[in-house]
Design a protein around this ligand. Structure first.
Ligand code: F6R
Length: 615
């Protein structure tokens, strides 16, 4: 969380920084700030509580601070409440001499010890943040090395525990920005107008597609004409330029009111982009997976590890892989997996799922699994992200940049990769024939068009959203894959509309949750699985008998649902194994329309951030 940006070049920095931050606001929006090395030969900091637009107004779109080098920050608060004092940039120096300005994304775990130490050396602290400690520590080492900036940065990094992406400027140095990362994302952008650092590519995309992807603890020194990169011992490093192959419009709203809606609409294309290169002459071709047939036949277990919606994809994956490939699958929340001594052998495959590729819990779970000897296969959207780089095998989802905090197209592309992976494992194990694969692939290739059809007419869902947008509680029920979809539908709704919502396995209702049903409670019943359809109808009757209003989601042809449910939404007929890909769409739209009707900030829900790079 938090977004950082830095620019040194041949034009005014403040507007460039503000523009960059506007593309990073999805990472946090509690406060924003910039520090610019001004024409008056010193660093000027402007910051404020609240959204970026407050800062933009304060600095008149950047016009009020003149200077061609600066750093900026948009904050998701971890240490200290969102207020002016805790906003970044933070400055370091004794006796009010602001020698250093720092922006930071991540968490410094040993900041209390460092703070105590610095206090004994005459440093005073004004904020509650861990970042201020970094600023003061850089100054401390700067002083103790007689003004050697590089040494000060190196020594600081060696003292920090935790995660960080840092942008650093020195008050007596109008030419250089220093930057470094550890377990938090940071890229370098190489543009005609100058050079950049940023937490994510969209921040620099209006200026360049040429970037360097940084490894942990590589130190970058930017000037307007040069980018030098060093390892922690100060030795220069040569890097290949990575050329971003998507354009600015992918990261713009393109006429839609919200990114989330745009991204829902992009799902057919995103799925096609993701599956097409992997289906060649009727075969599944997973070029980036080096698992051999023998490896696959030896697998004793698969763990799928992820957070949030990506975890929900994992729940679908468990049902699919177990039923197709007959390999035991455990799905784990990354934050639990990493602390629970999982049983891993050399024949265990750990599948990591992550849109950002930077979620800290997921990254740490990956490292733990690796340490225990597992092979890691990751399903990731962001090329070159930490998770991608640390995995043995990578299957990229080609969803393009996802900006809305609530995921939609990344979820859908992750699902489509899971289908391919599952079928691939099944075929390699001899659990499925070529005919089975042909059928699945044909059905999978039809999914984008079916979603497209559903997206052509959203009026039923819009109507239902207008009816229920004031609901206090909404429950989702389903069995098997429908339960997995319910989990995602419930998360989508609650995270953006703030309506309390839970998803239950329909068979579990009688074991407690049914007591929550009151007159008029909305229950969304997912009944897309033919073999469980009758059971779901019974569950619908049970909640109706307790006063619930029921919206059923069924496949075309499951007409009897309308006899028991109050409302029915029909998804196109499909292979039951693939139903999640279709059934999730009305749930995404329902969440979206409900949140919009309630006047919520759909793309930036309160308290959340897109990329969760803290524990
Ligand atoms: C919910 C959502 C989150 C993410 C989760 C993992 O709509 O987007 O639950 O799925 O934070 O993020 P990634 O996939 O980036 O690891």
């Amino acid at each position: 969380m938090c977004g950082i940006v830095g620019f040194v070049g041949r034009q005014q920095a403040a507007p460039v920084l503000l523009q960059g931050l506007s593309k990073l606001e999805y990472r946090g929006y509690d406060s924003a700030g910039i520090a610019v090395f001004t024409d008056k030969n010193n660093i000027t900091v402007e910051k404020c509580k609240g959204r970026l637009k407050v800062l933009e107004e304060k600095v008149d779109g950047g016009k009020s601070i003149k200077g061609e080098m600066g750093i900026g920050h948009t904050r998701w608060a971890t240490h200290g409440e969102p207020n002016y004092i805790n906003s970044h940039p933070h400055v370091g120096g004794t006796n009010g001499s602001d020698n250093v300005a720092v922006v930071h994304n991540g968490i410094i775990e040993n900041y209390i010890d460092l703070k105590k130490y610095l206090q004994t050396r005459g440093y005073n602290f004004v904020s509650d943040t861990d970042t201020e400690v970094v600023a003061q520590l850089v100054d401390y080492f700067y002083q103790s090395t007689n003004g050697n900036s590089m040494e000060a940065v190196k020594k600081t990094i060696n003292k920090l525990e935790g995660s960080f992406a840092l942008g650093i400027m020195f008050n007596n140095d109008p030419e250089h920005i220093y930057a470094v990362r550890k377990d938090s994302p940071l890229i370098v952008g190489l543009a005609k107008i100058g050079n950049f650092i940023a937490s994510d590519i969209p921040a620099i995309l209006p200026y360049t597609r040429n970037v360097y992807l940084l490894e942990d603890k590589e130190i970058v020194v930017l000037t307007k004409d040069n980018v030098a990169i060093y390892n922690i011992d100060g030795e220069p490093i040569k890097k290949e330029v990575y050329i971003v192959d998507w354009d600015v419009s992918s990261a713009e709203k393109g006429g839609y009111e919200h990114f989330m809606f745009k991204e829902i609409m992009e799902q057919p294309d995103a799925i096609t982009e993701t599956i097409s290169p992997r289906i060649k002459n009727g075969q599944i071709v997973l070029d980036d997976v080096k698992l051999t047939k023998e490896d696959i036949n030896n697998l004793d277990k698969i763990y799928i590890v992820a957070c949030g919606s990506a975890y929900h994809v994992g729940v679908v994956g468990k049902y699919i892989i177990e039923s197709q490939a007959r390999i035991p699958v455990e799905v784990d929340l990354a934050s639990e997996f990493r602390y629970r001594s999982p049983i891993i052998t050399k024949n265990t495959l750990v599948v990591i799922i992550s849109q950002s590729g930077e979620t800290l819990d997921t990254l740490c779970a990956l490292r733990e699994a690796k340490r225990l000897g597992a092979r890691i296969l990751s399903i990731v959207n962001v090329v070159g992200s930490s998770i991608a780089r640390e995995s043995d095998d990578i299957l990229y989802t080609w969803a393009g940049p996802e900006i809305a905090v609530a995921t939609t197209k990344a979820y859908s592309t992750q699902l489509s990769v899971v289908y391919l992976l599952s079928q691939y494992l099944a075929q390699q194990k001899g659990e499925m024939t070529q005919k089975d694969t042909d059928e699945l692939l044909q059905n999978l290739q039809l999914i984008p068009a079916k979603i497209q059809d559903m997206l052509k007419n959203c009026t039923d869902i819009q109507y239902l959203a207008s009816k229920f947008y004031n609901a206090k509680d909404i429950f989702f029920i389903g069995r098997s894959l429908d339960y997995a979809i319910g989990l995602e539908g419930s998360l989508k709704l609650k995270e953006i509309s703030y309506i309390h919502s839970e998803a239950y396995a329909a068979g579990e209702l009688k074991h407690g949750p049914i007591s929550l049903i009151e007159d008029g409670t909305l229950v969304i019943a997912l009944a897309t699985q033919p073999r469980l359809y009758d059971k779901l109808l019974s569950n619908i009757k049970e909640v109706k008998a307790r006063g619930a209003v029921v919206l059923a989601i069924v496949q075309e042809g499951m007409d009897t649902a309308s006899e028991v449910a109050d409302y029915v939404i029909t998804i196109p007929k499909c292979d039951p194994l693939l139903a999640a890909s279709l059934a999730v769409v009305p749930l995404q739209l329902f969440g979206y329309y409900v949140a919009a009707a309630r006047g919520c900030d759909v793309d930036k829900p309160r308290n959340l951030a897109k990329s969760v790079t803290v524990e």
